[in-house]
Design a protein around this ligand. Structure first.
Ligand code: SDX
Length: 392
């Protein structure tokens, strides 16, 4: 009836792309940023180094890293009028909605960030984004927590200062266990890029119209928010808590998780690409044990998560469909142990993914890719004539 449009094989820009940033092999569970394995980077690098690697293609020298960090520090100020926009949100607003709005609003105060024709203009836009996003993320939390907004202490490292901006209390001495900063650093590295996932593809396609970096990142934040994507890390903890409240019976839940009608079945399980295991989930699961032990935290939800994983790996429904824990399954357990509220889990994913989004946007712009225009296969009606309303 509808007549199917044949796909012109030469059609430009089918929505897929060439990229030199991240390599992943779903069958073998391989993930590499610019050729470096995620296992090595999570173990030996820090988040700002990995951000530099993703964006500029090489690990920085000491001097390059110092200049990068200093350039970022210089751009961390956020216009006071942005605070007024933040004030306009209800305390109950989800921080992902606040973050995408404030990130878009940044253009009004940095209009030059849209023109990135020269290397210098592009570098300035990138540094501004990396500088202001952790501030906005911390402020989104502080607004919900009823805490005054400020900039922490820029003599600290990038991740440690983010932690301070999130948690320090007025008139109280701030200190943080190095293990906490290291755990945060590792989690952010593990989230830093992941090839052409939903939110990264969104950043690339919005950026392909030359709309500018800030609004392209804002679009990526919105895409990441969905529970099928980055929003899953919040949904996993809510699921595990519900199982705990219901007596911790993972078997009862597993049967429910096979219900085709429930769109968010076993949150934190399954992946479009990884069909054996998500290498990030393996590292995060090990780190969850280490962090909770180091901080002396007993979290029954971790035991429930492990119980669910064990059951799923022995259940033909999940094994047949190659469903394994993904990056979101254990990450929330560490965030919780670090005192991060569950509504801030997906913003933490966004903070981690920011360098990847920037790197992918930069690559798309520098390769002068055409405006995004994914193909379709038309399955609608054939040509038909208009009928006046009295004849319908
Ligand atoms: C991220 O792309 C990326 O790289 C994303 C990400 C990144 O770093 O950017 O890795 C981050 O988004 C990880 C995914 C987080 N989302 C969740 O954990 C939500 C729960 N997962 C599912 O919604 C699902 O697994 C997806 C969305 C992740 C993947 O969806 P697919 O590949 O389209 O899987 P599918 O829907 O084709 O499912 C195949 C089968 C179906 O059953 P049948 O129709 O064959 O009978 O598996 C079933 C699905 O019903 N299935 C699940 C399931 N996921 C798929 N059944 C129960 N629980 C699940 N979680």
């Amino acid at each position: 009836t509808g007549g199917v449009t044949t796909l012109d094989p030469g059609y430009k820009n089918t929505g897929s792309c060439e990229s030199a940033i991240t390599f992943l092999n779903g069958e073998e569970g391989i993930l590499r940023y610019r050729g470096y394995s995620i296992e090595e980077l999570a173990d030996k690098a820090d988040f700002l180094e990995v951000a530099y690697l993703l964006i500029f293609g090489e690990l920085p020298t000491k001097e390059e890293l110092a200049k990068f960090h200093s350039d970022i520090r210089e751009q961390s100020h956020v216009d006071d009028d942005v605070k007024k926009i933040l004030d306009g949100f209800p305390k109950s607003a989800h921080p992902m909605g606040v973050l995408s709005s404030l990130t878009s609003a940044l253009v009004a105060f940095n209009p030059s960030s849209v023109n990135v024709d020269s290397e210098e203009e592009m570098y300035n836009a990138i540094v501004r984004m990396l500088a202001k996003f952790p501030v906005l993320t911390a402020w989104a939390h502080r607004k919900r927590a009823g805490l005054p907004l400020d900039y922490g202490d820029d003599s600290l490292g990038y991740v440690e200062n983010f932690h301070k901006m999130m948690f320090h209390k007025p008139n109280q001495n701030y200190s943080v266990d190095k293990k906490v900063v290291d755990a945060l650093d590792k989690l952010l590295i593990l989230h830093a890029d992941h090839e052409q996932n939903c939110s990264t593809s969104t950043v690339r396609i919005v950026g392909s119209s030359h709309a500018g970096l800030f609004v392209s990142i804002s679009a990526g934040i919105n895409a990441l928010w969905g529970p099928l994507h980055g929003g899953a890390n919040q949904a996993v903890i809510e699921m595990l808590e519900a199982i705990k409240e219901d007596g911790g019976d993972t078997h009862k839940f597993m049967n429910k998780a096979k219900d085709k009608e429930d769109p968010f079945r076993l949150m934190g399980f399954g992946h479009r690409v990884y069909k054996n295991f998500d290498p990030r989930a393996k590292i995060i699961k090990k780190s969850a044990d280490e962090v909770l032990t180091a901080l002396g935290i007993e979290d029954p939800v971790l035991d429930i998560a492990k119980g669910l994983e064990k059951e799923a790996l022995e259940d033909s429904y999940f094994v047949d469909r190659k469903l394994y824990p993904n990056v979101d399954f254990y990450s929330g357990i560490i965030y919780r142990a670090l005192g991060i509220p569950v509504e801030m889990f997906t913003p933490m994913f966004a903070l981690g993914r920011l360098p990847g989004w920037i790197a992918q946007w930069k690559e798309m712009r520098q390769r002068k890719e055409p405006i995004g225009r994914p193909r379709q296969v038309y399955i609608g009606e054939n040509l038909r004539s208009f009928k006046p309303v009295e004849k319908r």
